[in-house]
Write a new protein. Structure first.
Length: 815
């Protein structure tokens, strides 16, 4: 017989999800209020990247966090959230430049193809203040009249007036808000120098709270707080179904694991494996400090219990003369008495305290098999340290609801934990993801890379407002590939780009961006320099005097006396009074004394290098993307110095132009050790490193010979002026030299030695150190490669098919 009552039974037993959520609404721009009268704030914690930190550093940072938590007494409850999920949307924009846009699209397509295995990490703290629960009874108010008459009479009047009751509650609420705000700001101030953290506004806080009850990315990404109240209703946007072994939240399978037994001992980053589990999950810890007096009483009661029961009942009532050593004792209970005594020592002597602690892992995925595999991984992470997890079944719904801030009434899995252990269990360390926004340029990140832990890393060369960068790596480590990658992505900022090249590493890239590529040489018909084509400004006249001194001195340490310097400067000024066609180095030499003109003999027509500087015209012009190849001059070091000196001055004139001060400029020097052999160039580069920051310019120096730079005596200045350093693979590096010069720790040195050539590099800044993987798709490979055979294939493909079609043809070739 059909029974309608049985059919509608499940429907009738269905309840409203928001009724189980103890959140009411926001009372100001940061704080939310729960239905039970608790106030809370959400704090975003960037965390400290642990990948390159040594054990002593980890321990020191954990101790500082432990000290900061002492701000919160037993009126506060702290939730810590670690969110990890895949298919994270990578922000981007296009720039209307074919090569740049193609590089960006290829990069996004590459990451989209591995979105299921690319994860994002985020950490948040929720600080809940339970001190605001106004439940004063009439009797308690009357008793308080002798001690606090004014306050008691005010409360007494409020008992008989709804309006006055509201005013009283408002006053108490304001007092509680001030208390929570003061504690939260004090906490942020105390950790600010080692742990980046900030208080979230209500819109951002709403989005974080929503992640605890909704797993569909669109529901989180497009969520918006419309009303300050009815927060429980706004958060409950997914359908929740309870099954025997799991929950269903919309189409997601959900399992909850709770901590049943903590580890026997703890240390900083004890559950490092939590961060490395490849799954969609969030881990929630809840902590409430226990009053030390109450904790002491509980411990003493347990000590007495175990002490009194360590002998059997018959052994205690034995009235005979049996010796004490013949009485059977329970040694396990005796050990517990001693261990509990150690707990009292922690409170009395070491200043630690106990608290109620719980840890829950919420795993979810559209595939139940992935949820089961992730559960096994979490069991492994905890069992390694003798900690035990428990997969919730009957208590599954309670355990899930207890992960929502303020829902501590549902938490049935709390246990006592020492404050030092709680600090070790805290989410302080993370995997850094870089900066999605370049704060100085107010533009998006430079490029997105991948870490060893399958998380995206947003690369920026800027450290605050300085972008000077040093790239180091031995031959074959992938410097040219990396520099081409950086130069390509820098074009999204529409910069002025200058490159000093050796060997044609940037020739193809210069052609792609429509730049000017000049092969500097003695016999290059298109390469002519006339220094006196510069306008006769005071700055240019001073430069020409210095430039002539470089030519006159050559490689010999010959100094000009004051009269010679004065005569030289006057003749330079006089040269600008003649016809422009006669303003040449040869004409100037004829006006100088014989001692000076003889030294210029090899630089004028008829001399060894007469075709370089003694010309009536100057063909050197600077395009937006300008590259000079000095490979032909490596065998002429005497000529290299004045050439560099002149070209650097011309480039500096563009960089120092105040009319384009807001435009970014990038200056690449490949194999810097070759150029920095000359003292004049050293001084110029050092001055540029010190002053170009004000012109919104960056110098990117690459080298494979650190020893040569050290001999040039400018290494210390370069290291000090370049806050960003990129170390490529170098297994045979001088450990002591690198550790001393770059202040690397042993962990960073080992990571550099173990880097994979042409694939990985270690990014080092004053604030972070991170190993990044520069793996690209086949199309992008042909954009950045600098292999001679690849260069020929690329040139043929681009000449035959054009840029976009040529890339497709190249990508289709067998690797």
């Amino acid at each position: 017989m059909l029974k309608l009552k049985r059919i509608f039974k499940n429907y009738q037993e269905t309840g409203s999800l928001n009724e189980q959520v103890n959140l009411y609404g926001f009372v100001d721009t940061h704080m939310f209020l729960t239905k039970t009268g608790d106030l809370g704030v959400v704090v975003e914690v960037r965390g400290v990247d642990y990948e390159c930190l040594e054990g002593t550093t980890l321990d020191g940072l954990t101790k500082r966090l432990e000290s900061a938590f002492k701000l919160f007494d037993d009126n506060y409850r702290i939730y810590q959230y670690l969110f990890k999920r895949n298919n994270k949307t990578i922000p981007y924009r296009l720039y209307g430049k074919p090569v740049v846009d193609t590089a960006i699209k290829n990069r996004l397509a590459y990451f989209a193809g591995k979105a299921d295995t690319l994860f994002s990490l985020s950490i948040y703290y929720v600080i809940l203040f339970e001190g605001f629960r106004y439940t004063r009874t009439l009797a308690a108010t009357l008793v308080a009249i002798p001690k606090q008459p004014a306050k008691a009479l005010s409360e007494l009047r409020a008992h008989f007036s709804a309006r006055k009751q509201i005013l009283l509650l408002d006053r108490e609420l304001s007092r509680a808000q001030a208390n929570l705000r003061q504690k939260a700001e004090s906490f942020l101030l105390q950790v600010s120098d080692f742990l980046p953290a900030r208080l979230l506004g209500k819109q951002e806080a709403f989005r974080i709270l929503k992640q605890t009850l909704n797993f569909t990315p669109a529901k989180i990404e497009f969520s918006k707080l419309l009303h300050d109240t009815f927060l429980d209703y706004s958060l409950s946007e997914s359908h929740l179904e309870c099954h025997r072994g799991h929950l269903r939240l919309d189409d997601y399978y959900v399992k909850v694991l709770t901590l049943k037994e903590p580890s026997a001992e703890s240390f900083p980053l004890i559950f490092r494996g939590l961060l490395e589990v490849e799954a969609n999950y969030h881990v929630v810890t809840e902590w409430k400090r226990e009053d030390s007096g109450k904790a002491r009483r509980i411990i003493q009661a347990k000590r007495r219990h175990f002490h009194n029961t360590k002998r059997s009942f018959l052994g205690q009532v034995n009235l005979g003369d049996q010796p004490a050593q013949d009485v059977l004792w329970d040694d396990s209970k005796e050990s517990r008495v001693r261990e509990l005594g150690e707990s009292i020592k922690e409170i009395e002597l070491k200043g630690n305290y106990f608290g109620q602690f719980s840890l829950s892992v919420v795993i979810y995925d559209l595939d139940v098999g992935k949820v089961d595999r992730a559960s096994a991984e979490f069991y492994k992470v905890f069992s390694v340290h003798d900690a035990q997890l428990y997969e919730e079944k009957y208590n599954l719904l309670n355990a899930f609801l207890a992960t929502i801030p303020g829902n501590y009434a549902w938490n049935l899995r709390s246990l006592y934990l020492l404050s030092s252990n709680y600090a070790d269990y805290s989410f302080l360390f993370t995997l850094d993801c870089g900066e999605p926004q370049n704060g100085h340029l107010e533009e998006e990140y430079l490029a997105v890379l991948e870490t060893n832990h399958h998380t995206p890393y947003f690369l920026n060369l800027h450290h605050r407002d300085v972008a000077h960068t040093m790239v180091l790596g031995r031959t074959g480590a992938g410097k040219s590939f990396l520099l081409n990658f950086l130069a390509t992505n820098l074009q999204k900022y529409d910069p002025w780009t200058f490159i000093f090249d050796l060997g044609g590493s940037f020739e193809s890239l210069t052609e792609l961006f429509g730049g000017s590529y000049i092969k500097v040489g003695i016999h290059s018909p298109d390469f002519k320099i006339n220094p006196f084509s510069l306008p006769p400004t005071k700055e240019n006249l001073d430069f020409l005097a210095l430039f002539l001194k470089v030519l006159l001195q050559g490689r010999a340490p010959l100094e000009l006396d004051p009269s010679e310097e004065r005569d030289l400067y006057q003749q330079i000024e006089n040269l600008y009074s003649v016809d422009p066609a006669l303003r040449t180095l040869g004409v100037l030499a004829n006006t100088l004394p014989h001692g000076l003109s003889d030294r210029l003999a090899k630089w004028i027509q008829g001399g060894q290098f007469g075709l370089v500087f003694d010309n009536s015209e100057d063909t050197i012009s600077f395009s937006r993307f300008q590259c000079f190849d000095f490979e032909r001059l490596r065998q002429y070091p005497e000529l290299l110095e004045p050439l560099l000196f002149y070209i650097l001055h011309r480039a500096n004139a563009v960089i120092a132009n105040r009319q384009i001060s807001t435009t970014f400029k990038a200056f690449f020097i490949d194999e810097a050790w070759v150029f920095l052999k000359n003292p004049s160039i050293q001084r110029y580069v050092v001055e540029a490193l010190k002053t170009w920051r004000k012109a919104n310019a960056a110098m990117i120096l690459s080298t494979q010979s650190l020893d040569e730079l050290r001999r040039s005596e400018v290494l210390d200045v370069i290291i000090e002026s370049c806050p960003t350093k990129l170390f490529l693979a170098n297994p045979d590096m001088d450990r002591e030299l690198y550790a001393r010069q770059f202040h690397l720790n042993e962990k960073e040195i080992e990571l550099i030695r173990a880097l994979v050539p042409k694939r990985q590099f270690l990014l080092k800044t004053p604030e972070r150190a991170k190993v990044a993987n520069l793996t690209v798709d086949r199309k992008s490979y042909w954009l950045y490669t600098n292999d001679p055979f690849d260069n020929r294939k690329r040139r043929e493909a681009f000449d035959t098919y054009g840029f976009e079609k040529g890339l497709e043809v190249l990508a289709g070739m067998a690797p």
